[in-house]
Ligand binder design. Sequence first.
Ligand SMILES: [Zn+2]
Length: 223
Amino acid sequence: MKKANLIMLGAPGSGKGTRAVALCEVLGIAQVSTGDLFRNNIKEGTELGKLAKSYINKGELVPDGVTAAMVKDRLSKPDTAGGFILDGFPRTLAQAEMLDKILAELGEEISYALYLDVPDAEIIRRISGRMICSECQAPYHREFNPPKSEGICDKCGGKLFTRDDDKPETVKKRLEVFRSTTLPLADFYGARGILVKIPPELSERGAAADMREVAEKLGLCAR
Ligand SMILES: [Zn+2]
């Protein structure tokens, strides 16, 4: 049995977040998402949170060193001792090298990098079908969760719209960014022999069933 110190790689719209949550439940390990780290550090007013906020307030990107320090702080907490899934970090090769350093200092290592290998066409189909109610913010999807009457919210009768982020042109741009910055990580972990590609067709059986199968195949131990 192998300890589950995992990284989740996948394009926006690949279902990365859902799969990460499912795997955490299956294995009883901690989910470490950089979005949550930022929110919590800022909310609790930690030194790192204040530092991050000073960059965000200026409209600048938070430097990798600050994010890495938050990740190290989080991975030092006892609930990650039985394993963890990192979601949103690393996103670049430079961050992956920082992560190696952090883990070496903590006496840990990555057991597997899971890559949700979803074709671009499928991602565009998933994301560009999303719609939101302009009144109550209820989410819909043209194909998977359509409203009863077209363009109208079932709950409140409000008008449905597509967020700019979800429009096909924007999705294509986000996929390009993913390909140029994050995809090289697949090669990085692949060269180490710890990359595991998870095909999209598994997703139809539901995230929990998928991830249980992946965990069993990899011999990951549940806590
Ligand atoms: Zn509504």
